[in-house]
Ligand binder design. Structure first.
Ligand code: ADP
Ligand code: MG
Length: 220
């Protein structure tokens, strides 16, 4: 589940953002909708505990993020949050398999090689385990990043503009894959997007407006 209350975030140098309250049950799909610059990526970074709210509360899978000490955030994120950023951040010096193994170091858990193999298998990219990121197509790289994001069976999956650079068929495939993967993990799925195709493809999603028109926007 995800619950936010009176959430605000101000960048030191600029924009102050306020966000409408959200209540989403565990396993739901949430679409963060808003124009470019409205604060979608910021919201995701707050959800992942990469940024700390200036005010208000963010509760993720029962955990109030403000109660997590800074030192515990990386491990908590590693175990509970699957993050699919817009830039996939696969390490170019490492093979696909090693990129997935890296996820264990952040959590402090021993590398589970069987879990790595299974995750690649589930996403249909087991055959690419020994390749380097530069040897993958865009769609393959996204699958690998999703395999990494869901390796720990996270309670929430956060995807930032997953369809932005994809044609119609690939966008549909990517959304289906996200949904299927979230279902397998029992995870809540949050997709930040200003892509109309996502809204049309996921009619049962909770639509959460970000920015002006959401009862939120730039703070005075
Ligand atoms: P979106 O993902 O919806 O495009 P962002 O969350 O990236 O929006 O950005 C929201 C607002 O915060 C924008 O006005 C953007 O310019 C500003 N912003 C984003 N990152 C930073 C930063 N690191 N420092 C200052 N302002 C930022
Ligand atoms: Mg963004």
């Amino acid at each position: 589940m995800i619950q936010t209350r009176s959430l605000r975030f101000a960048y030191p140098s600029g924009a102050a953002l306020t966000f409408a309250d959200l209540d989403a049950p565990q396993g739901a799909t949430v679409l963060l909708r808003g124009n470019s610059g409205s604060g979608k990526s910021t919201w995701l970074a707050l959800a992942a505990g990469l940024l700390t709210a200036t005010a208000g509360e963010f509760v993720l899978a029962g955990q109030p993020l403000s109660a997590l000490p800074q030192s515990a955030r990386d491990a908590w994120r590693g175990r509970n949050v699957g993050f699919l950023p817009q830039q996939l951040h696969l390490s170019s010096a490492l093979t696909v398999q090693r990129n997935l193994e890296l996820a264990f170091y952040a959590t402090g858990l021993p590398v589970d090689h069987a879990a790595v193999a299974r995750s690649l298998e589930v996403l249909g990219v087991a055959g690419l385990a020994q390749r380097f990121p530069s040897q993958l197509s865009g769609g393959q790289a996204q699958r690998v990043a999703l395999a990494r994001a869901t390796l720990m069976k996270p309670k929430v999956i956060l995807a930032d503009e997953p369809t932005a650079s994809l044609d119609d068929d690939a966008a549909q495939a990517s959304l289906a894959l996200l949904r299927e993967t979230a279902k397998q993990c029992g995870a809540t799925l949050v997709i930040a997007t200003h892509d109309r195709r996502v809204l049309d493809a996921l009619p049962d999603a909770i639509v959460h407006a970000i920015g002006a028109g959401a009862g939120a926007g730039a703070a005075p």
